[in-house]
Design a protein around this ligand. Structure first.
Ligand code: IMP
Length: 196
């Protein structure tokens, strides 16, 4: 499927509406239950250790906050921002850091938190970057995984849900900065972005 390009802005009168959602893929309840399961798994795996969650802005902010609340081992929170690949629907493969971490991760246990792993290029870049900073360990956690679109092999240690090759929005995920506040994850109607 051809995915929408991500314009910097749509005109201000384009307002997000429930009618733009083709179907709800994951309800708010399903997401909350799974987030708690992931947090429990992380808490067990990191028992007795401190963890640094590194959220990838902006999409992972909502997931990151919910995950953080349910982890029981001491947890620190930091964020990075990554450039989008430009306006092509397919990735150019160029990833750039727009906002770096506030604190060093040297000798610390890091978990990179993504909203969705699609081509895998963003996560691959961040895993390399954190390893190069001599973190004690580096793992990854994604709410959603779209394995059918991978351009690079990358290991996602904690996965919320595997999703089909559809463009999804809500629970932090956007199209042109819209729909992030929807409490569920839904498939965006292709007409909204001029697809299919
Ligand atoms: P990757 O580098 O191709 O794995 O892309 C990851 C980023 O692309 C995610 O963090 C999202 O911001 C964005 N993305 C990929 N697929 C979707 C989608 O279906 N909906 C919204 N954003 C998406």
């Amino acid at each position: 499927m051809l995915h929408p390009f991500r314009p910097e802005q749509l005109s201000a009168d384009v307002r997000p509406s429930e009618a733009d959602i083709e179907s709800v893929l994951l309800s708010s309840e399903q997401i909350q239950t799974r987030v708690q399961e992931l947090a429990a798994q992380i808490s067990r795996d990191y028992e007795g250790k401190d963890v640094v969650l590194i959220g990838v802005l902006v999409g992972a902010a909502v997931f990151c906050a919910d995950l953080l609340k349910h982890i029981t081992t001491p947890t620190f929170l930091d964020f990075v921002a990554i450039s989008s690949y430009g306006k092509e629907s397919r990735s150019s493969g160029v990833v750039r850091l727009l906002k770096d971490l506030d604190e060093s991760v040297e000798s610390r246990h890091v978990i990179i938190v993504e909203d969705i792993v699609d081509t895998g290029l963003t996560l691959n870049y961040l895993l390399d970057s954190m390893r190069n900073r001599n973190a004690a360990s580096v793992k990854s956690c994604a709410l959603l995984d779209k394995p059918s679109r991978r351009l690079t092999e990358v290991k996602v240690d904690y996965v919320g849900f595997e999703v089909p090759d559809e463009f999804v929005v809500g629970y932090g995920l956007d199209f042109a900065q819209r729909y992030r506040n929807f409490p569920y994850v839904g498939i965006l109607r292709p007409e909204v972005y001029g697809g299919k």
